[in-house]
Design a protein around this ligand. Structure first.
Ligand SMILES: Cc1ncc(COP(=O)(O)O)c(C=O)c1O
Length: 466
C-alpha cells in the first residue's frame, strides 16, 4: 500500500498558526490518531516554564492541566533540574568530553546507588505519613498502568485457585493489560473474567454541596457482603482510586474508602489504592490516603512522582509485592537511573520548598473561581478538592453537554480579547473539563486566568444559545 499524502479527515488546523499547523499536519499523517485523546485545540507546545506553555508562534498558554497531572512542581523548575542533573553527575564540568564515566542511563538486571537511594527515600517518606505503615517495598515501573498491572499480578499470586479482583465501577487505572481490565465497568471492551465491579457513590458526590452530606454506607456494605457470600476467599484484592479521576472527577465521602478498607481487613483481601494521579499534593496532603483516613496494603504512584520523567511505582507490603519469583516483574526500563534521579529530585523539592502550603492557598482560589463558573450557562456543576477539579458542562441550546465541553476547550485555547489563553485537555467522561494546574501556580495568576475563563465561558454560552 502506498503512503497517503492527502490530509487525514481528523486533521485539526487553526487560523494564523502556520508553524503549529505544520506540526499538526505532520503528526496527523505520521502518527495514528489513537495516540491522543481528542482535544479540539491540539496545542503545539514549543517551550514550557512554570505554569505556562508557548506555541511556536509565541502565544502564551496558561496551563490548567499540568500535562496530565504530571508537572505538579510546574514545567522545567530550575532547582528540580539542577538536582536531577546533580544526581546524574551531569553538573560535572567535563561531561561533554568523550569517555567520561557517568551514571549509566540503563542498568538492567544490575542495581545502582540511585535506585537504592530512591527506594529508601520513598519508603521513609511513605512510612512517615499517617496510613503509610504498610509501604515496605517499591516495585518500579515506567507508567501508571504498568505499576497497576504489577501490583495486581502480585495480589493475584496471593490468591488461590480462580482468584477474583474487585474494582470500583467507572474507575480509570490505565488502558493496558490488567489496568485496562479493572478500568470502566461490565460493558468495557477489556472484560476479564476475574474482575467484578462494585458500586461507587457518584450521585452522592456529584457536586461540592452533595459531597458535604453524610453517605449512607448500607447499600455499599450489602453489596460487598453479597460478593463475599458468592465468592468468599476467592476474592484476593480490591482496587480503587481515592476519587474517580478519568471517570469524571468524583471525589467520594471519606467513609466510602474506609468501608472498602474495613471489608478488606475483615476478609484478608489486599487493599490497593491507585494514587497515580492523586499523589504528590493534588488533593492537599502529599498522598490522598492520609486525609481519606486509610492505610492501603499497596499504594500505586505515578505521574507527579517524576514531574515529567516516566516513572511509577507500586509501594506496599513486602509479603505481597515479594511474592513472585525472579523475572516476573522485570522489564527494560523499571528503576532506571534517570527515573530514580527524577524521583529523588521531586522528593527533595517537596521536602525543601513550601509546595503544599502554597497548594493549600491555591486550592481556595481555584474552588472560588470554579464555583463562580456555575453562573455561566455552559457549566452544570463543579466538584473536586485541592488542586484537582472537574467542571461538568451543561447542554446549551441544541448543543449537547459533550459538544459544549469541547467548545469550552477550544474557546479557552483561542483566549479572551486581552489575549489570555488557557490550555485544557479534551473532556473526561464526555462532558467534564479537568482543572489541575501545577501546584506552584502563583495566586494572582490563577485569579487572572479564572476570571478569563469566566468571561470566555459567559461569552461562549451566549453565542451557543444563538
Ligand atoms: C488513577 C490513574 N491510574 C492509572 C493511570 C494510568 O497511568 P499511565 O497513563 O501512566 O499508564 C492514570 C492515568 O491517567 C490514572 O489517572
Amino acid at each position: 500500500m502506498q503512503p497517503t499524502s492527502s490530509p487525514p479527515e481528523h486533521l485539526i488546523l487553526h487560523r494564523g498558526e502556520e508553524q503549529s499547523n505544520h506540526v499538526r499536519q505532520t503528526v496527523a499523517q505520521l502518527e495514528p490518531k489513537s495516540l491522543r485523546t481528542y482535544t479540539p485545540s491540539l496545542a503545539v507546545i514549543q517551550r514550557s516554564a512554570g505554569c505556562y506553555h508557548w506555541t511556536p508562534e509565541g502565544r502564551m498558554l496558561a496551563d490548567f492541566t499540568s500535562g496530565v497531572l504530571v508537572a505538579n512542581l510546574g514545567h522545567n523548575p530550575g532547582s528540580w533540574w539542577a538536582r536531577l542533573l546533580g544526581y546524574l553527575g551531569l553538573d560535572h564540568p567535563d561531561f561533554a568530553q568523550p569517555f567520561i564515566p557517568l551514571v549509566p542511563l540503563t542498568s538492567y538486571n544490575a542495581a545502582t546507588e540511585l535506585e537504592a537511594d530512591a527506594c529508601r527515600r520513598l519508603i521513609d517518606l511513605l512510612q512517615s505519613q499517617p496510613g503509610g505503615a504498610r509501604c515496605e517495598q517499591v516495585l518500579w515501573a515506567a507508567s501508571g498502568s504498568e505499576a497497576i498491572q504489577k501490583a495486581l499480578w502480585c495480589a493475584l499470586a496471593c490468591g488461590g485457585d480462580e482468584p477474583i479482583i474487585l474494582a470500583t465501577r467507572d474507575g480509570f487505572h490505565g488502558k493496558k493489560g490488567l489496568a485496562g481490565a479493572v478500568t470502566g465497568n461490565e460493558q468495557s471492551p477489556e472484560r476479564d473474567p476475574r474482575v467484578r465491579f462494585i458500586s461507587f457513590p457518584k450521585k452522592e458526590c456529584e457536586s461540592v454541596q452533595a459531597r458535604r452530606q453524610p453517605l449512607d454506607l448500607e447499600p455499599y456494605r450489602r453489596e460487598l457482603d453479597q460478593l463475599w457470600q458468592q465468592y468468599g476467599s476467592r476474592i484476593c484484592c480490591l482496587i480503587t482510586e481515592p476519587y474517580l479521576g478519568g471517570g469524571g472527577s468524583y471525589h467520594p465521602q471519606k467513609e466510602y474508602l474506609q468501608l472498602l478498607q474495613q471489608f478488606c481487613r475483615e476478609h484478608d483481601v489486599v487493599f490497593i489504592l491507585d494514587e497515580v494521579q492523586s499523589n504528590f499534593g493534588r488533593t492537599g496532603p502529599l498522598f490522598a490516603f492520609t486525609h481519606y483516613g486509610v492505610e492501603p496494603d499497596i499504594v500505586v504512584l505515578g505521574k507527579g512522582l517524576g514531574n515529567g520523567v516516566a516513572v511509577s511505582a507500586a509501594c506496599g507490603r513486602a509479603d505481597v509485592l515479594d511474592r513472585l519469583d525472579y523475572g516476573a516483574c522485570s522489564d527494560t526500563f523499571s528503576g532506571n537511573p534517570l527515573a530514580c534521579a527524577a524521583v529523588l529530585a521531586t522528593l527533595d523539592e517537596f521536602e525543601q520548598q513550601n509546595v503544599l502550603e502554597h497548594a493549600a492557598e491555591l486550592a481556595r482560589v481555584i474552588e472560588k473561581g470554579l464555583l463562580r463558573l456555575t453562573e455561566t450557562p455552559v457549566v452544570a456543576r463543579v466538584r473536586g478538592e485541592g488542586v484537582v477539579w472537574g467542571v461538568e458542562c451543561a447542554p446549551v441550546g441544541n448543543h449537547s453537554a459533550d459538544e459544549v465541553a469541547n467548545a469550552c476547550v477550544l474557546a479557552c485555547y483561542q483566549g479572551d480579547p486581552s489575549g489570555r489563553a488557557i490550555h485544557l485537555l479534551g473532556p473526561l467522561a464526555g462532558n467534564v473539563l479537568r482543572i489541575s494546574p501545577p501546584l506552584v501556580m502563583p495566586l494572582d495568576e490563577a485569579e487572572l486566568y479564572l476570571e478569563a475563563m469566566y468571561e470566555i465561558f459567559s461569552t461562549l454560552g451566549e453565542n451557543l444559545r444563538g
